[in-house]
Every structure is written in structure tokens, then in C-alpha cells.
Design a protein around this ligand. Structure first.
Ligand code: CAA
Length: 283
């Protein structure tokens, strides 16, 4: 399949990173969000990342200009009619995703693949909102997208082999390493990562150690680049809670029960780096 134009739905932390890597690989990109401000914020993030790359002499200023030029702004979903490949990175909410996929199914050309960057929601269920479940697939990037090598590629129950092959090839074109995974809650990455983060929160909740101590243990003892609580702040505590709830609901096992302290922080609006406070303070 010949992909020329990729539409990214959602210009947040993940969506802007996804748009950046596609534009860097030479694709025309349509970066879509609900309003101009959201799209602009995503473009600012991309600009900052590319400027850093120019300063480090990894790309030239001309490269940067060309990459940015390949990204078109969009606040109208009917821009989907121009896309060969759509990747959705909107909020983690099944109802919203299903509504979006139903609209995209109507607006996008028949050949267009509809991918989702969901971190834990079932692909099979998202696909039921469309009349093309064989063209719906999970393409889960890791944060920060421009740096992390992994793309988890998740087949829904109906995903066609050809569609899987396209996403596998596309991921490699982006310089990433695709790993095939089946459609179960949290896939592989978050099924393993989130219970570890949740357990780190339990150790703080139960007074075993301070956040700093927990992070130091995991960084120096396990060679993790970031401690689990720093990482949780970086991912967003609301996202961590949502994924734990998806695991808990999906498997029904108490080992996935979200820590009450995580719930409390989310209720307080302490969502991590993006709100200036989580397990650490950022302003
Ligand atoms: N955006 C873009 N690039 C970034 C970045 C960001 N937010 N943060 C760092 N970078 C780049 C830097 O520019 C630098 O690039 P070069 O190598 O080209 O110079 C490189 O990353 C390394 O950065 P630093 O030297 O400043 O810092 P570091 O060595 O501490 O690395 C890190 C930063 C890559 C984020 C590292 O700390 C790390 O790997 N952390 C763990 C990240 C992780 O676990 N991600 C997965 C989260 S879970 C997820 O995404 C799934 C989900 O569904 C929730």
C-alpha cells in the first residue's frame, strides 16, 4: 500500500510526537485537534524538539524547515478524506474513540487504515464502531515518541494480515522496531509497566519509603533510566489510573487494583509534570 498522507488525531504529548516522526520520515502529515490552540501547542512541541536537533547538529535548519512544512494544521475531521493512513491519539475513553472511529470510517477513503495509539483499550471493541474492522489496528508508540524505539502493533480480532504488514513496514520506515501483540487489556507494555508503577505507589502509601527513595532503588538497583514515580509523573497520573482501571476491569483480578493514593492524587488534580505537581513538584 502506498501511503503518502498520514492524519494524526490529537496534538497532545503523544500525537505531536507521532506527527513529528512521520514528517521526519517524509510523509505529508495532517495534525488534527479540536481547536487551533491545541494544534498550535502540538506544533510548538515539535518545533522545540526539532530546534534541539538542529542545535545538536543531528539535522540542518533546512531539514527542520522542510519537516515543519510537511505538517498541515487541521481542526475539521473531514480532512480525513485526504488521508491514506489515520492514527488516533485522542483521550483514552472508549465512547469518544468509538464516536471518532465511526466518523472517520464515514469520512476517510475506502483504502485508508484506521490505527489507534491507545495504551490499553481493546482494538476489537474500537473496530466495532466502523464498517471496516479488518482495517482497524493498534499502533502503540512510547513516550517520548521521537526517542523510544518500540511500537507495539496490536491486532484486533478482525485485523487483516495485509493491514498488519503495512503497519509493520510503516513502523520500520519511521526507524522504530515493531513488536506484534494480541488484543488483551494493557497489551504487553502496560500490563507489565503499570502494575510496577502501581506497586511503587503502594510502597509510598504504606510508608515503606519516600518517592525519592523508591526511584533511587529502581534507578541504581535495576538500571531503569527513570524511577517509577518520576516515570508516572511523566506519563500522567490520570493515564496511569485509567490504565490500571482497564486492567482491573478487564482481568477482574485484585492484583490490578489501583492504589488509593493514586486515586487521591488524581482527584486532587495532581496529575504529574503536566499540572506541575504529582509525586514531585515541577514549578
Ligand atoms: N521529547 C523529545 N525528545 C526528548 C524528550 C522529549 N520529551 N526528552 C528527551 N529527549 C531526547 C533528548 O533530546 C536526547 O536526544 P539525543 O540523544 O538526540 O541527544 C535524548 O532524548 C536523551 O535525553 P537526555 O540526555 O536529556 O535525558 P535522558 O538520557 O535521561 O533520557 C529519556 C530521557 C529518554 C526520557 C529517558 O529518561 C527514558 O528513557 N525514560 C523512560 C521513558 C519510558 O519509560 N517511556 C515509556 C513510558 S510508558 C509509555 O509511553 C506507554 C504508555 O502507554 C503509558
Amino acid at each position: 500500500m502506498d501511503i503518502k498522507t498520514v492524519m494524526v488525531i490529537g496534538a497532545g504529548q503523544m500525537g505531536s510526537g507521532i506527527a513529528q516522526v512521520h514528517a521526519m520520515a517524509g510523509f505529508q502529515v495532517i495534525l488534527h485537534d479540536l481547536n487551533d490552540d491545541f494544534v498550535e501547542r502540538g506544533l510548538t512541541q515539535i518545533n522545540t524538539n526539532l530546534t534541539r536537533q538542529v542545535e545538536k547538529e543531528k539535522i540542518t535548519a533546512t531539514d527542520k524547515e522542510e519537516i515543519v512544512k510537511r505538517i498541515e494544521r487541521s481542526v475539521h475531521l473531514n480532512d480525513a478524506s485526504k488521508a491514506d493512513f489515520i492514527i488516533e491519539a485522542a483521550v483514552e475513553n472508549m465512547k469518544i474513540k468509538q464516536e471518532l472511529f465511526a466518523k472517520l470510517d464515514e469520512l476517510a477513503p475506502g483504502h485508508t487504515i484506521l490505527a489507534t495509539n491507545t495504551s490499553s483499550l481493546p482494538i476489537t471493541e474500537i473496530a466495532t464502531a466502523t464498517k471496516r474492522p479488518e482495517k482497524v489496528i493498534g499502533m502503540h508508540f512510547m513516550n517520548p515518541v521521537p526517542v523510544m524505539k518500540l511500537v507495539e502493533v496490536i491486532r484486533g480480532l478482525a485485523t487483516a494480515d495485509e493491514v498488519y504488514e503495512v503497519v509493520d513496514t510503516l513502523s520500520k520506515t519511521l526507524g522504530k522496531t515493531p513488536v506484534e501483540v494480541n488484543d488483551f487489556p494493557g497489551f504487553v507494555s502496560n500490563r507489565i509497566l503499570m502494575p510496577m508503577i502501581n506497586e511503587a505507589i503502594f510502597t509510598v502509601y504504606e510508608g515503606v519509603a519516600t518517592p525519592e527513595a523508591v526511584d533511587e532503588v529502581m534507578k541504581l538497583g535495576m538500571n531503569h533510566p527513570m524511577g517509577p514515580l518520576t516515570l508516572a509523573d511523566f506519563i500522567g497520573l490520570d493515564t496511569c489510573l485509567y490504565i490500571m482501571e482497564t486492567l482491573h476491569e478487564g482481568f477482574g483480578d485484585d492484583k490490578y487494583r489501583p492504589c488509593p493514593l493514586l486515586r487521591k492524587y488524581v482527584k486532587a488534580g495532581w496529575l504529574g509534570k503536566k499540572t506541575g505537581r504529582g509525586f514531585y513538584q515541577y514549578r
